[in-house]
Design a protein around this ligand. Structure first.
Ligand code: C2E
Ligand code: MG
Ligand code: MG
Ligand code: MG
Length: 283
């Protein structure tokens, strides 16, 4: 239809473009309000040791409780929050809240855990980031060694020389660092070796088909041995069945996260899970 109208075809797109722009603007203003209206919450997903079956850490995952009370997943709003820069104040809230929660768990007598927070490119500016981390740690009284940052492979590989400098500063503060979604970006191995990173997280796309797709099994095994030879411990994401679990254990993977053990859960549920000393059945 647009073709028939020849030169005037741009008019055809105008109304739908308007709708998209309006939707974006409305999502953006709702996101702005969400922060002041206290509509964000954190869920926590346990990280479990494959040696002991015990919970050794948790990852904070952001959720947005919309006005209708429905929980909105990060994939629908994080990209826009990144584009608009709103991820910076939102990320500040995440850092603060995760540190406070984790200190509270400790004070409640629960075993000490690492708490991991996801960091986007927009937040990965040395001065702001160090400042926010410093604030979150002093406000909560959490030990820096208990805070872990997850940075995606594509983020750190975007500008590896700069990333190395920032990562070194973060290590100097005593934090732990993890490379997230490993295997989905394009890593230069010479850089990977220079990143002062503690953990490598195998992306869930390789874990999903470990049992069915021999290529995925090969990649998972290669990532485990690569991580180990660089002195990193390796975490598998998205572990949802026992076949994946046995493969990972047989191949020396250090930790797992996934629905098989627990979905990301609200802090109250996490507290119960930890108080019950719930552990992963290993045989
Ligand atoms: P991610 O950091 O790689 O987090 C892992 C995602 O996998 C989470 O999705 C988690 O709920 C999901 N997951 C965990 N176990 C399983 C499983 O067994 N099967 C399947 N299919 N999925 C599993 P979620 O919570 O929707 O988060 C998606 C992404 O959003 C995260 O990926 C992270 O990149 C980003 N994100 C989440 N919270 C934050 C945040 O506070 N700040 C920033 N900057 N990004 C965040
Ligand atoms: Mg993550
Ligand atoms: Mg990931
Ligand atoms: Mg991801």
């Amino acid at each position: 239809r647009a073709k028939e109208q020849g030169k005037n075809n741009f008019q055809m797109y105008k109304p739908s473009m308007n709708v998209r722009v309006k939707q974006r603007l409305s999502l953006e203003s709702k996101l702005r309000q969400a922060l002041s209206a206290d509509q964000f919450i954190l869920h926590y997903q346990p990280k479990v040791s494959l040696k002991s079956g015990q919970v050794v850490g948790v990852e904070a995952l952001l959720r947005w409780k919309s006005e209708q009370g429905k929980l909105v997943e990060p994939s629908t709003f994080i990209p826009l929050a990144e584009e608009t820069g709103l991820i910076v104040p939102i990320g500040e809230w995440v850092l603060h809240t995760a540190c406070v929660h984790s200190r509270e768990l400790l004070l409640a007598g629960l075993p000490s855990l690492r708490v991991a927070v996801n960091i986007s490119a927009r937040q990965f500016r040395p001065k702001t980031l160090m400042h926010l981390i410093g604030k979150a740690l002093s406000a909560s009284g959490l030990d820096p060694g208990s805070l872990e940052l997850e940075l995606t492979e594509s983020l750190v590989m975007q500008n590896p020389e700069d990333a190395i400098r920032v990562l070194r500063e973060l290590k100097a503060m005593g934090l732990r660092l993890a490379i997230d979604d490993f295997g989905t970006g394009y890593s230069s191995l010479s850089y990977l070796q220079r990143f002062p990173v503690d953990h490598l997280k195998i992306d869930q796309s390789f874990v999903r088909d470990i049992g069915a797709d021999p290529n995925d099994a090969i990649i998972a095994r290669a990532v485990i041995s690569l991580g180990h030879s660089l002195g990193m411990s390796v975490i598998a994401e998205g572990v949802s069945n026992s076949q994946q679990l046995s493969f990972l254990r047989e191949n020396g993977c250090d930790e797992m996260q996934g629905y098989l053990f627990s979905h990301p859960v609200p802090i109250e549920e996490l507290r119960t899970l930890l108080a019950d000393r719930r552990s992963l059945a290993l045989h």
